[in-house]
Design a protein around this ligand. Sequence first.
Ligand code: 4AD
Ligand code: MG
Length: 456
Amino acid sequence: MQRIRIKQALNAEAGMDQALVKGWVRTRRDSKAFSFLEINDGSCLKNLQVIVDADSPAYGNLGEITTGYAVAVTGSLVESPGKGQKWELKADSLSLVGEADKDFPLQKKRHTDEFLRGIAHLRPRTNKFGAIFRIRSEVSYAVHKFFRDRGFFYVHTPIITGSDAEGAGEMFRVTTLEPGRAGEDLFSEDFFGKEAGLTVSGQLEAETFATSLGNVYTFGPTFRAENSNTPRHAAEFWMIEPEMAFADLNDNMDLGEDMVKYMVGHLLDNCADDLELFAKFVDKTLMPTLETMAKADYVRLPYTEAVEVLKASDKKFEFPVEWGMDMQTEHERYLCEDHFKKPVIVYDYPKEIKAFYMRLNDDDRTVGAMDLLVPRVGELIGGSQREERLDVLKKRLEELEMEEAPYWWYLDLRRYGSVPHSGFGLGFERFLMAVTGVTNIRDVIPFPRTPKHLEF
Ligand code: 4AD
Ligand code: MG
């Protein structure tokens, strides 16, 4: 017999005489004549109600079934007299695939996010986390589709790298395990005699491919050794980094805006049920913000004007507002949530607060940087036009007292057919926070790695 997923069963056009469904029991209710099981198989948010008639042979197999059991049920898919669902399964046979111990932690009650973080291996079996990770999967697909439709090539940049892409000194060091040695001495100091770290960004390598294949993007894990215990920073997070040759800052802003709109649009079209859960239980203002993110024209504002807007506001900020400051989340959120009430792209930042590779503007004090800010999270995208002039780039490295040696290949790109090029990084978890209303980054990544989280 053909197995069907619960999503298919619940969207069936007509009833079925013979259906096989496999999943995990969420709840069980018994009456004299029937037992009711709510089962979920992860394919969608909703459960399938299974009716086991006391007269049916399936009844004898019910045994001790409790929450968490894995079962396989065959029967007929019939219209449900109850409200809330169109179809239910009338069981003919039922088999226990896997028992669940009585101490299964996900009993039918609301659990705190904090508690669920401690059981990251079980939390995808809850409604909320099932929904988050289905959305995560669907939006990943949308990202690839967006770029593929526009002729971008997907490049796999290295995880282990010899250069610090941001020059911010936030790399984890990679070391080699020395066999046969115990305890503290287990790790040698380096990577086969060289210094290496986990990548903080695939950008520099993506630049080499942009200046070969034209338009490219990366989509992979990145690592930051910043010891920041904030709800928006993780030590391991996923970043999407497009890079375009023959493109300036305006092209970059256009791409960022188009991409965010596309991702939100795809989500609205494909994840309605899962989104509804967040709109109902997590953030009541979710749907209007998503509509705005998908449709509004985003504001584009030079940093200098953004500072003026912040200065003119009545809001008391924790961090003082002055030209030259690195914008804090409170400032970013004020701009997009309170002042403009839609996504804002701030560009042309002071060079002092931005990375070495950003293109110096003619004023000599700002660079062609852009940050795209969205409600709930503030900075979602950080990007720039890249410095394509060899002499200017070398001077900048010198000013920052950065060694040229690890970047020899990066400088080569400026020696051989250098072209204006631009790109950005979109923090995938930040995006998921913005579109679900979930306020802690630990809850949108399957296995969070933050200073306090490394369960396994
Ligand atoms: O602004 P960032 O540091 O920019 C770069 O890494 C550039 N090399 C990207 C590029 O131009 N190709 O990071 C980009 C985005 C941020 O806007 C933020 O959304 C996310 O990555 N991000 C983090 N997300 C979670 N945890 C962290 N610790 C993050 N740091 C940055
Ligand atoms: Mg940034």
